[in-house]
Design a protein around this ligand. Structure first.
Ligand code: NAD
Length: 418
């Protein structure tokens, strides 16, 4: 495992500062956009299966809501910290602006290890956390979604808890729900589908034939496992490396992705996958390949390992996988990085569709969802690529320039209250 020593909030601020400087934003606007608007810390008790009561800490941060209600996932992990949630909330603000959907940025998290908790404990933790943050969340104010270690079941518990307090069903309070209670077709694979679309566009720009490309994916959860499958099925890429928290597996001739999906489901991890050799997560990032897709967590590519990356294209499916020093090294080496705020925006885009469908009580077919997602992801990729080329910069800065300018303009037109 690559040890996370870098504070993601420092990374988020450094990226913002560079964009603000290039855009020539006023000092006042920089000061406003650098700070989260609201930060809620909740400490709450949960009764465990053995009868003991344990205290947990959770957060909900709203970075900016000038373009619309706050939107952002909820993460359950022992690594969650206030600064991590702040960074993720800020990235959500830029992400919604890059793809032009009317939301501001937020994020939430609880410090816990869901793998060591029973389903009953997880449900009680989720329902209590949802109640604690109900000060902030609501269909018009702040709409959470899944993130690391949270899934449609956790979303269903949050929707139910919020609805119990109101006395009627409020599906639009959260996205990523099961279809039967107001979830959207296509949401489960939306982030990965967006990753597949931007990978296809970036390969086109680099004159690389997807059918001749080898792909390594770090992280085999919602985003990583489905992205690997879609890249195999729809782009005909060869998947040569995969990993999860237990480590990685490698086969330069190609891994049978369906076998890997079955194996991981049966064994709880990829460890020991037949027809592959084991590698560590650190080694995985340095494997020879054409496309590298970090789809796990922050700060995986840093000044310490970026020079050894052999991929020609990096697609940031995870949030914040590359720190600014690695960015410089990769850029100097001519490696293209499709940034997180663009690459993984398919999830929030279909979350937006889910919210609209819930509010209208009118649901769309899967092909309609996928077509609209395709249009938005392709258009956003092209806008970012054009901006980057016109400004003589890389894709991350191109995306930041568009996003920060949009949010600054919205903030400017609303003015400073009172
Ligand atoms: P998940 O919990 O479904 O999967 C996470 C995967 O990462 C698992 O396979 C886990 O074993 C692996 N992992 C965890 N720690 C690791 C480590 N130290 N080294 C290597 N692998 C590790 O989470 P997810 O929803 O797939 O999210 C993955 C990333 O994508 C996160 O950065 C998240 O913020 C981002 N993201 C998710 C969504 C979404 O819709 N779920 C949307 C946008 C961005």
């Amino acid at each position: 495992m690559v040890v996370n020593l870098i504070n993601p909030y420092d990374v988020a601020i450094a990226q913002f500062d560079e964009a603000a400087e290039r855009l020539g934003l006023s000092q006042a606007m920089r000061a406003i956009l650098r700070k989260p608007k609201r930060e809620l810390i909740v400490n709450f008790p949960v009764r465990m299966d053995n009868g003991d009561v344990e205290m947990f800490t959770g957060y909900r941060v709203q970075h900016n809501i000038n373009r619309g209600p706050a939107k952002g996932g909820i993460r359950f992990s022992p690594e969650v910290s206030l600064d991590e949630v702040r960074a993720l909330a800020m990235w959500m603000t830029w992400k919604c602006a890059v793809v032009g959907i009317p939301f501001g940025g937020a994020k939430g998290g609880v410090i816990c290890d869901p793998h060591k908790m029973s389903s009953g404990e997880l449900e009680r933790l989720t329902r209590r956390y949802a109640t604690e943050i109900s000060l902030l969340i609501g269909p018009d104010s702040d709409i959470p979604a899944p993130d690391m270690n949270t899934n449609p079941q956790v979303m269903a518990w949050i929707m139910d808890t919020y609805s119990m307090h109101k006395g009627y069903s409020v599906p639009a309070v959260i996205t990523g729900k099961p279809i039967g209670i107001g979830g959207s077709e296509g949401r489960l694979e939306a982030t990965a589908r967006g990753v597949m679309i931007v990978t296809r566009e970036a390969l086109l720009d680099k004159n690389m034939n997807p059918e001749r490309c080898s792909v390594v994916v770090q992280g085999f959860g919602n985003v990583g496992s489905i992205a690997a499958r879609l890249l195999h099925d729809e782009l005909r890429c060869r998947i040569t490396g995969l990993s999860d928290i237990s480590g990685g597996v490698y086969n330069p001739r190609g891994i049978d992705i369906y076998r890997a999906l079955r194996y991981s489901k049966e064994h709880g991890s990829l460890r020991g996958l037949p027809d592959s050799e084991p590698v560590t997560n650190a080694e995985l990032l340095e494997l020879p390949c054409d496309v590298l897709i970090p789809a796990a967590l922050e700060n995986q590519l840093t000044g310490r390992n970026a020079a050894r990356v052999k991929a020609r294209l990096i697609i940031e499916a995870a949030n914040g996988p590359t720190d600014p020093e690695a960015d410089r090294i990769l850029n100097d080496a001519g490696i293209t990085v499709v940034p997180d705020i663009l690459a993984n925006a398919g999830g929030v885009t279909v979350s937006y569709f889910e919210w609209v469908q819930d509010l209208q009580r009118f649901f769309w077919a899967e092909n309609e969802i996928n077509d609209r997602l395709e249009t938005i992801m392709k258009r956003s990729y092209r806008e970012v690529a054009r901006e980057a080329s016109e400004q003589g910069t890389h894709l991350r800065m191109g995306a930041y320039l568009l996003a920060v300018e949009n949010v600054a303009r919205a903030t400017e037109s609303r003015g400073v209250y009172p």
